[in-house]
Design a protein around this ligand. Structure first.
Ligand SMILES: Cc1cc2nc3c(=O)[nH]c(=O)nc-3n(C[C@H](O)[C@H](O)[C@H](O)COP(=O)(O)OP(=O)(O)OC[C@H]3O[C@@H](n4cnc5c(N)ncnc54)[C@H](O)[C@@H]3O)c2cc1C
Length: 446
């Protein structure tokens, strides 16, 4: 049976994809795989850019577990099944006057999927993150037993290696709306002013493309005002414009255009994107305002993303921008920069340090692999940790180097949850691979 992740980016031939209808069925699947000596991986919406979620034996797809189980209006806690897609959850919460603490750029993913990889959106004056809003997890461990994780037990990113999550409890925030204002300014000025921008707006991001000197600075502020007809019109115009650019990219498969023409095509598209980047200021409900507004049309692309420590971020972005401006092959790259506070979750790329996310959207993967590698190296040289669910470059230092002692504590916890290594896969062996190593006693104790 073939299972493919987002946009057919990767696929595997797998023995079976099971869709359990309740936790008891999950327990039975894990117990069966364990008896048969098979591997098993939990999958969400498959919205990743690598094989983190994959194995060739058994995939457990949680799409049948997609209900909201309870909402407590006093504590704002919501308990949901693991496979609920964000796009369904945010709409249901809106009806209840609630919002998730934060969200990434898309809403296709499942709640368990985004919490497993510390998926992030952006921040500014507003500092809440989704991973910090997690209050408890229910999962079936590698022995087939259900467990509840709360408090300190949630301080490890699970990455699908601790068990199959069946339920999560999150604390929400009251529903809010945002007013979006975009500007197109000189890139060096935007980078130099990043800290000030984060103090000016509740949410901030920067975007640039190719060799163009300007950037789009997006700022979103929480507002009480209801949206007007003009706001809806402005949002519609923006969605149609970005959706059309993405549809054009989808239709004109990059590989089908000769090289010289391809560069010109992407340069023209990039110029149109930046020139019209200011758009019209408008207001929207939080999840519409803060996600990629293209009416669901996404061009096929690859992503690499790096969590750069805030203190080194300006140097990193200036170096990356200079590298791009000197290379015409940069025309098919779009960069997005976002911001997160430090979190206390081992193996989250922004664990323990304020982070500036440097995301490379690669629209023509065959066009400029050397440049994409060079930009990745710039990020890694500035102390970055890669996003777990995006393309991880070959020259990434070992995860022990990147995460230090917390990697060993994470591994000790993983072994307690999955003593037989039922959830291990190629990704683990390639990027983590501590299985053969005995761990220090202090790591076992923590
Ligand atoms: C177009 C696109 C845009 C994206 N935008 C952003 C963004 O803005 N910010 C950002 O940070 N990331 C972003 N991502 C990455 C994405 O959010 C993560 O890869 C996320 O983990 C995907 O969730 P999913 O439900 O699709 O899970 P999958 O991709 O299916 O799985 C991801 C991981 O979660 C584990 N998992 C899934 N379900 C369970 C479960 N029930 N129990 C235990 N483990 C489970 C899997 O084993 C795997 O390790 C984007 C990805 C795409 C394709």
């Amino acid at each position: 049976m073939r299972y493919a992740i987002w946009n057919d980016f990767l696929s595997v031939d797998v023995e079976a994809v099971e869709r359990p209808r309740d936790e008891a069925e999950v327990c039975a699947l894990v117990a069966r795989a364990r008896r048969q000596g098979k591997h098993l991986r939990p999958v969400g919406a498959g919205h990743s850019f690598n094989d983190l979620s994959l194995c060739e034996d058994l995939l457990v797809d949680l799409s049948e577990l997609d209900k909201i189980l309870s909402v407590d209006p006093e504590t704002l806690r919501v308990r949901v099944q693991a496979g609920i897609p964000l796009k369904a959850l945010v709409v249901a919460l809106e009806q209840l006057g609630l919002a998730l603490a934060n969200v990434g750029a898309w809403l296709e993913q499942t709640i368990a999927g985004v919490l497993s990889t510390a998926t992030h959106g952006t921040t500014g004056r507003y500092q809440n993150t989704l991973i910090d809003s997690l209050r408890s997890l229910r999962l079936v461990d590698g022995t087939g037993e259900p467990r509840v994780l709360e408090g300190d037990a949630l301080k490890q990113l699970t990455l699908g290696y601790f068990g199959v999550i069946t339920e999560v409890t999150l604390v929400c925030v009251p529903l809010f709306r945002v007013r979006q204002r975009k500007r197109v300014i000189d890139g060096a000025e935007a980078i130099a002013g990043m800290d000030a921008l984060r103090g000016e707006h509740d949410f901030v991001d920067l975007r640039w493309t190719g060799t163009l000197p300007q950037m789009i600075v997006g700022g979103w502020d929480i507002t009480e005002e209801p949206a007007t007809r003009l706001d809806r019109l402005a949002r519609g115009v923006e969605g149609v414009r970005i959706g059309a650019l993405n549809r054009l990219l989808t239709v004109v498969r990059a590989g089908a255009i000769p090289k010289g023409l391809r560069r010109r095509f992407f340069s023209a598209l990039g110029r149109a994107y930046i020139r019209s980047g200011r758009g019209f200021a408008h207001e929207a409900v939080w999840y519409e305002g803060l996600t990629f507004n293209s009416f669901g049309v996404a061009a096929p692309h690859e992503e690499r993303e790096f969590a750069v420590p805030r203190e080194r971020a300006a140097d990193c972005l200036l170096a990356a921008r200079a590298r791009m401006m000197a290379d015409r092959e940069a025309s098919s790259l779009e960069i997005q920069v976002r911001f997160s506070p430090a979190v206390d979750v081992a193996l989250a790329p922004n664990a323990g340090r304020e982070t500036v996310w440097f995301n490379i959207n690669v629209l023509d993967p065959r066009g400029n692999p050397a440049l994409v590698d060079a930009l990745s190296s710039v990020a890694l040289e500035h102390g970055a940790r890669p996003h777990w669910a995006k393309v991880i470059p070959a020259d990434t230092p070992s995860m022990v180097e990147l995460y230090g002692e917390s990697m060993l504590v994470w591994e000790a916890a993983r072994r307690r949850f999955d003593p037989d290594g039922l959830f291990l896969n190629d990704f683990y062996h390639r990027h983590i691979a501590l299985t053969q190593r005995s761990l220090p006693e202090w790591a076992e104790r923590e």
